[in-house]
Structure formats: structure tokens, C-alpha cells
Design a protein around this ligand. Structure first.
Ligand SMILES: [Zn+2]
Length: 553
């Protein structure tokens, strides 16, 4: 230990670069591909043991120990001197929309724009970045953020892009600004009328503003992304994810064509992000995978379906047992009949697939817990999941444990929703919302995720939300409903080994242990000891997958 500290101090004094790769000069006998040493290594094994070093061969960890042990027993052509920096297993996002996020990177992000001029500027930059795109698509403007709080008109877009269709959706998705080319392609004229939608007309001319169903008339004309765009989306997404330390993502809702593309890109080396795929319950997916059964490589694991049972709390779509506190007689709604949920549960059980159901309201959670319970019967190892599990009636909580059902939760949802969730739920019901600690206690392990791009992709924000239950500005003082905060160790496990276990992958990833993939990250601060208000500033310095560097800051 003394030696480690001295090395670190000397390096700092001499201004030596943080990491060095060099030909080994140590006396070890067994040859490996990579030795990582002088690290503050969190192995995240059962005892939460720490280590200083590990050896990697053929993409897998072969030994973990002190720097002296590892350098004494092994020699390698490549060495990484971590110089005291903290190392964690590669992080896993237990619930995301990786592919959809990648596609969104090809559209202009207009959230937070402060004027229509800024919108036009961002759209122009987007067009310069992707000049071959058939359409220019943007999302997220809100005229309430502008000095002139009025809907914009399409004139500038018509001048700049006379031949390229443009559609820019408002932040809530219920209105959009389209240019003339887009309106022409959709056949929208000043005379267009429809139920549940509006084409704004002033002095006989369309302004370009479309509301509700009129938005769909235009957006339905946007062609599906071609293969080049799909590949680009996956590569852009993985690049950003590597930079925040993610080495495995769960994609909650994929179709066979995208899964096949991912598989092909994994085989050719174009995609190195490990993917746990949840399939959409389409006829095509069911027909194929019910016949073929689960599919697994080192990179891709296809053995689950993603079902939606209700909507979201913000839009009052979440299905509640008692009416919303801020809308009389409104319960939200289920997205299918009870019978349909029963049928798919029986099918998935029969064909050996994990069932993962989006359930937010306490009524939706109750229904799915009961249907799962009927199929599963009691304790089991099928690891069926409830995605989000946001509002749980106390009478239902123990069903998670009784039927070994995993809640799959997103800590940043708690800190994004805490400002208004109490209005929806009332002062009593809110106490049973985002009950992460209580949920964790039901099975003793629980995956954590982000649901990006609904939330930020950075898993460290989720760690902060889980342990401090505060937003980016450390609001509220003392944290939101702290009785349901997780400990730091629990939160780290939720982002690594527990997320791996929820994917049936705890024997191959999720900790730094012999036999596991050499997926790990080097970071600039220690999540176990850093002050709460410093957590979100954590920087990932390096990300490794299979012992190969995929990101360096
Ligand atoms: Zn989701």
C-alpha cells in the first residue's frame, strides 16, 4: 500500500501523464494480455472487496489481487498504471432506449432554445451535419421560453429549405412547425380539416403550425431510417455511452430487424456495446422468437419481451387504484385488456422468455403482479420484471418477493417527477411512490437504469438520485423521501452486478472477478467517499470492454 501511495505522489510531483502503457519489466511468469495495477479497484464481488490490480487474457479477467501479487505472477505486453485512480466494473443501464436514442442524435435537439432564431440556427447546423438526410427533424422547442411567446411561422424555414421537408415538434409533442415542402408532401392545405387536429391558417395562408392529429399527417410521411442511418445511430449511441462508462445496455423495446443489425455489427466489430434486448410484442417478433427460442452471444442476449400495461404519471396515463388527486374521477388507463396480459404471460412462460412489463400506476402494478403470480406460482428463478414500478400500494409490495418478481427502477425518474408527483397522487399516496429501498428489500437485489433518452444517459446521475434523492441543484434539502434512498454500495451494485443478474448474466459480467469479461472503467473520483454534491461531476477517464480500450477522455 505504501508503495502505491509513493508511486502516485511521485507521478504527481513529476507531472507524469496519468496513465502509461509500457512493455513489462516485471518478473511474472505467466503471460497475459493486460495488467492493470495501482488501482483503487472496487471488485463489486459478494463481499464488496477492494483490490489494486488484475490481469486480463483473451478478453477476460484471469486474476485479481494486490499490485505485487499480479505483477509478480504475470507478465503482459500492455500495462495500465492506474496511479491510484478508482476502477469499477463497466456500468450497466438496466432500462434504456439505446437505438431510439441513437436515432434521436440525428435530429436537432431544440430543448432549451431561447428564441426562434436559435431554433433556426440549430436546424441549420443539423442540416450541415447530415446534408444527405431526406428530412430535417427537430424536437423540443417551447415558445414559453422565448422573449416573444408566440408560435413561430414557417417563412424562414421556407426560405432556407425550399426543397427539404422540415418538421419541428414542440416540447410536448402536441404541436409542430412544418415548412411548405413538408406540408406539400403530406397534402396539407389551408382547407384541410380533421377530427382532433388543427392546421393553423392566418389571412388564408398556412402558418406552418400544426396541432395534434395534424402533426401526425406530416410526421407519418417521414421515411423510416435506411440501413446507413440505423448503423450511424447505433455507433453514435455507443460512443456517447462509452464516454459515461456504460459497457452494457438494456434496450427496452426492439424489433427483430434491429436485433439482427446489432448482431451483424457485433460480428463485424462495428458495435462493441453489449446489448440485452427486450423485444416488442409484435406478431413478427413473436412468430420468429417463439419458434427459435432465446438467442445469445457474448455481445447480445435476446430472451425477453417488453410489454406496456399503462402510461406515464405526468400525462395522467398511469393507471391508479383511486382517482388522480388533481383530476376528479380520472384513473388513467390500461393499454390492453386483462385477458391480453394473461395470454401473453402464458405464452412467454411457455416459450421460455422473461416478461418485462412497463407498469407505473398502483393499479397497473397490482394487476401485473397478480398475473405474474398466477403464472409463476411462488418463488422461482425466471426473473420476470416490472419496469418502473413507480407507485406500489402497500398491500402489493410483498408480491415482488413472494413471486421473485424484480422491480426495474430508474432513480432519476424520482428526482424528475418529485416536483409535481405529489399533486397527481396526494399526500398519502406519494409516500408509496418511487419506493426503491422497500422494493430492493423484496428480493435483495434490483437493477437500476435511466430510461434514456427520457432521462440523461449518464448513469452517475442515477447513482446520485438513488443515494441523495436530489436533483442537479441538490434540491430538495435533505433529499426527497429519504427513507427510500439506497446506500452507495447498493446503488453501485444496482448499476453493475444486480443489473447483470436481472439479465441472467451475473456469471459473465457485473464484477471484477476471474472468468468475467474485462469490462471496466477508470474514473476521477470514488463514489463511496465523494461528497454528495460532487457526485454528478464524476468523469469517466477510460472505458474498457473485453480488455480493450473503447474510450479515453
Ligand atoms: Zn422506457
Amino acid at each position: 500500500m505504501n508503495k502505491t501511495i509513493r508511486t502516485f505522489a511521485a507521478a504527481a510531483l513529476l507531472g507524469i501523464s496519468l496513465f502509461s502503457s509500457c512493455t513489462s519489466t516485471n518478473s511474472g511468469s505467466e503471460t497475459v494480455d493486460l495488467i492493470v495495477y495501482n488501482g483503487n479497484v472496487y471488485t463489486v464481488n459478494d463481499n464488496f472487496d477492494k483490490a489494486e490490480a488484475f490481469a486480463v487474457k483473451d478478453g477476460k479477467i484471469v486474476a485479481v489481487g494486490t499490485t505485487d501479487e499480479i505483477r509478480g505472477n504475470y507478465k503482459a505486453s500492455e500495462e495500465l498504471n492506474a496511479e491510484g485512480k478508482t476502477i469499477y466494473p463497466g456500468l450497466i443501464d438496466g432500462h434504456s432506449h439505446f437505438y431510439r436514442y441513437g436515432l434521436s442524435l440525428q435530429t436537432a435537439d431544440l430543448v432549451g432554445t431561447e428564441s426562434f432564431k436559435e431554433v433556426v440556427q440549430k436546424v441549420t447546423e443539423q442540416h450541415e451535419k447530415y446534408p444527405d438526410a431526406d428530412w430535417i427533424i427537430g424536437r423540443g422547442w417551447d415558445q414559453n421560453d422565448w422573449a416573444v411567446k408566440e408560435f413561430p411561422t414557417k417563412d424562414t424555414l421556407d426560405q432556407l429549405f425550399p426543397n427539404t421537408p422540415v418538421i419541428l415538434t414542440r416540447v410536448d409533442g402536441h404541436a409542430a412547425l412544418a415548412n411548405q415542402k413538408a406540408l406539400d408532401l403530406a397534402g396539407v392545405t389551408p382547407q384541410t380539416k380533421m377530427v382532433g387536429g388543427l392546421v393553423e391558417v392566418e389571412n388564408g395562408q398556412m402558418t406552418g403550425i400544426l396541432v395534434d392529429n395534424a402533426v401526425d399527417m406530416v410526421s407519418n410521411k417521414i421515411p423510416a431510417p435506411d440501413e446507413a442511418e440505423q448503423r450511424q445511430a447505433l455507433q453514435n449511441a455507443q460512443q456517447n455511452c462509452f464516454a459515461v462508462g456504460l459497457t452494457t445496455i438494456v434496450d427496452a423495446g426492439l424489433d427483430k430487424a434491429t436485433v439482427d443489425l446489432m448482431d451483424a455489427m457485433h460480428q463485424s466489430g462495428d458495435l462493441q456495446m453489449r446489448v440485452y434486448a427486450m423485444l416488442n410484442p409484435t406478431e413478427e417478433n413473436k412468430n420468429h422468437y417463439y419458434k427459435s427460442g432465446p438467442y445469445k452471444t457474448d455481445w447480445l442476449n435476446v430472451r425477453s419481451f417488453k410489454i406496456y400495461s399503462d402510461g406515464a404519471l405526468g400525462s395522467r396515463g398511469a393507471n391508479l387504484i383511486k382517482p388522480y388527486s388533481d383530476r376528479q374521477g380520472h384513473f388513467g388507463f390500461l393499454l390492453a385488456s386483462e385477458q391480453e396480459f394473461r395470454e401473453i404471460a402464458a405464452q412467454l412462460n411457455e416459450h421460455g422468455f422473461q416478461m418485462n412489463t412497463h407498469a407505473i400506476g398502483d393499479s397497473a402494478n397490482r394487476l401485473l403482479l397478480d398475473i405474474y403470480g398466477e403464472v409463476l406460482g411462488g418463488k422461482n428463478d425466471k426473473r420476470w420484471r416490472i419496469e418502473h414500478a413507480q407507485i406500489i400500494n402497500p398491500a402489493d409490495m410483498q408480491k415482488f418477493g413472494r413471486y421473485s418478481i424484480l422491480p426495474s427502477v430508474q432513480p432519476t425518474h424520482a428526482t424528475s417527477d418529485m416536483y409535481w408527483a405529489g399533486e397527481r397522487l396526494g399526500s398519502e399516496r406519494i409516500k408509496h411512490a418511487y419506493p426503491f429501498k422497500e422494493l430492493l428489500q423484496q428480493n435483495g437485489y434490483m437493477p437500476l437504469g435511466s430510461d434514456f433518452p427520457v432521462e440523461d444517459i449518464n448513469p452517475i446521475f442515477g447513482f446520485h438520485a438513488a443515494v441523495a434523492r436530489q436533483d442537479a441543484n441538490n434540491y430538495p434539502d435533505g433529499g426527497f423521501q429519504m427513507e427510500n434512498a439506497l446506500t452507495r454500495e447498493e446503488a453501485i451494485r444496482g448499476m453493475t452486478i444486480w443489473a447483470a443478474k436481472a439479465n441472467f448474466e451475473e456469471n459473465e459480467k457485473g464484477s471484477i472477478a476471474p472468468g468475467k469479461f474485462a469490462d471496466f472503467i477508470v474514473v476521477d473520483r470514488d463514489l463511496m467517499t465523494v461528497a454528495p454534491q460532487e457526485i454528478r461531476a464524476l468523469q469517466v477517464l477510460q472505458t474498457y470492454i473485453n480488455g480493450k480500450q473503447v474510450y479515453k477522455k
